[in-house]
Ligand binder design. Structure first.
Ligand SMILES: [Zn+2]
Ligand SMILES: [Zn+2]
Length: 508
């Protein structure tokens, strides 16, 4: 499972090298759970299989089980993950969609006479994966924008071109983009409509009907005489329906409309409230930059503190720290803080949670560190009961402060491992262990739904980037969006605390 580790830890050079050895279809096959590079090589060798459909056929014909180290169980597993894979295709990481949207709005924004370009859809709601991009443009030059969009160099296939709308796939990955030109007077209604979600919009429209209105992407109209009462701004539409403006991240019909009607929308955390990033790696393990470089980048972001949390020894390929190096590292960080680095550095460790739930390093070494994150990086194919026991055992470690990327999922690649989430959360709450919202766009772990569940059970959180490079510190906003989708307020998130209070909470 070398590739698994590489994907987890972002060591791209090695990954690229490995991928070069395989035909292009191997890239796709690697996304099928249960297939590692070795089994893929074997499949190529024996069957010259080149598509997912062919692979499915082989499983159905029971042709995998005749190969060494493969069996009926694997066929079953591969079939299941092919089904999952098909569900995932056509979806893109939030970060990919956001980069494309930025490039596109920059390009379209150069159209003379343009008034505004706004993103709608699931990207505006901050969903962890995005199916397509929705761009709305207004102004007298809107038609020119459509024309310019069609000529965007990264357009792969033009799907439709009408008077007010153009659709195309952009980029090699085939992300679909819809651009709509709108009259200014219906911009707000259109933005509300195209932001979604579907469930939210159905509920809002139902409310409108009950109040004697009709709501469409053109505006809000009184049913009796078709008079338009709102539509130019989104806030105006919500206001006319007796609702406060609802942040897009909340628009999933999970109670936000009722709360807006009562004027009790939750206070949501904002990026500017994050005061430190407490999960990152350096060249001590598998990071790409030194402690000084990470600290400088964090200072530039205005953080008051960071924690350096390199890997522990059982992740041998990352050159993880053993007890001796961990203790020496803690002493070194104490020394460096004396010299004033412009921000406080905490000595930390991302300590592996071993197969049986024990910590990878001895307790007395862990006790020397300011912040211990416990993470599962291996043996993820456990039964739920076994994984639950493993995590509960890990929580017994008195030095443990954070449960890192708690479900182990890799978006569009690997599902969360199964465990009794509520039981583990309850135990974490009881022991004062915080849950991580890992902001790496491949993880976003915990995700929004589990965040809500955990918050309802009294959990505390940190949002951290798990940066392996200074530029990854910029991923913090993906974590913040995810926290907002989980209805979190700044008070739920420990790294919104100022330095002294964070330090006190951490060492408690
Ligand atoms: Zn990790
Ligand atoms: Zn990490």
């Amino acid at each position: 499972m070398v590739v698994q580790e590489i994907v987890d830890h972002g060591s791209c050079e090695r990954r690229d090298l490995l991928l070069k050895k395989f035909p292009p279809a191997a890239l796709e096959f690697l996304k099928i759970q249960g297939l590692g590079p070795k089994s893929i090589a074997l499949l190529f060798e024996h069957y010259q299989v080149s598509t997912i459909d062919e692979l499915e056929r082989l499983c159905l014909d029971q042709k995998l089980r005749v190969l060494p180290r493969m069996g009926a169980k694997l066929e079953e597993k591969v079939l299941k993950s092919i089904a999952q894979y098909r569900q995932r295709t056509g979806r893109y990481l939030l970060s990919y969609a956001e980069d494309m949207a930025r490039e596109l709005t920059g390009y379209l924004g150069e159209t003379p006479g343009i008034e505004q370009i706004t993103l709608a859809g699931s990207l505006r709601r901050g969903r962890e994966t995005v199916g397509d991009l929705d761009l709305l443009v207004t102004g007298p030059a809107a038609a020119d924008v459509l024309e310019r969009f069609v000529r965007f160099p990264r357009v792969e296939q033009l799907l439709a071109r009408g008077e007010n709308k153009a659709s195309a796939t952009v980029g090699r990955e085939g992300l679909q983009v819809d651009v709509r030109a709108l009259p200014r007077e219906s911009f707000g209604a259109a933005l509300q409509y195209f932001t979604g979600s579907k469930d939210h919009n159905v509920a809002v429209r139902t409310r409108a009907v009950k109040m004697g209105f009709k709501l469409s992407e053109y505006g809000l109209y009184r049913s009796a005489d078709e008079t338009k009462v709102a539509g130019e701004t989104e806030a105006g539409v919500y206001e006319a329906l007796g609702l406060g403006w609802i942040p897009p991240e909340l628009r999933e019909n999970l109670g936000e409309i009722e709360r807006a009607a009562e004027g009790r929308l939750p206070e949501l955390v904002e990026l500017a409230q994050i005061r430190g990033d407490v999960h990152m790696h350096t060249t001590e393990s598998d990071g790409r930059a030194s402690l000084e470089e990470m600290a400088a980048a964090a200072r530039e972001r205005g953080y008051e503190y960071i924690a350096i949390t390199d890997h522990s020894k059982s992740l041998a390929m990352t050159n993880g720290l053993d007890e001796k190096r961990a203790v020496a590292f803690a002493a070194e960080v104490r020394e460096r803080n004396r010299n004033g680095l412009g921000l406080r550095i905490f000595s930390g460790l991302e300590c592996d949670i071993l197969k049986d739930g024990a910590m990878d390093l001895a307790h007395d070494a862990l006790a020397e560190l300011d912040l211990v994150i416990g993470s599962v990086h291996s043996h993820m194919n456990m039964e739920s009961a076994e994984m639950t026991d493993r995590l509960l055992h890990a929580l017994e470690c008195p030095s443990l402060r954070v449960l890192g990327h708690p479900t182990g999922r890799i978006l569009l690649h690997r599902d969360a491992f199964p465990f009794d989430f509520e039981r583990v959360v309850d135990e974490a709450v009881r022991r004062g262990v915080w849950l991580e919202i890992n902001a790496s766009p491949e993880r976003l772990d915990l995700g929004a739904n589990l965040i809500r569940t955990a918050k309802a059970r009294g959990a505390r959180f940190i949002i951290s980037t798990d940066a392996h490079h200074p530029k990854h510190l910029g991923n913090m906003h993906y974590g913040v969006i995810t926290a907002r989708r989980g209805w979190l307020a700044p008070a739920d998130i420990m790294n919104t605390l100022p330095l002294d209070r964070f330090a006190a909470a951490m060492s408690r």
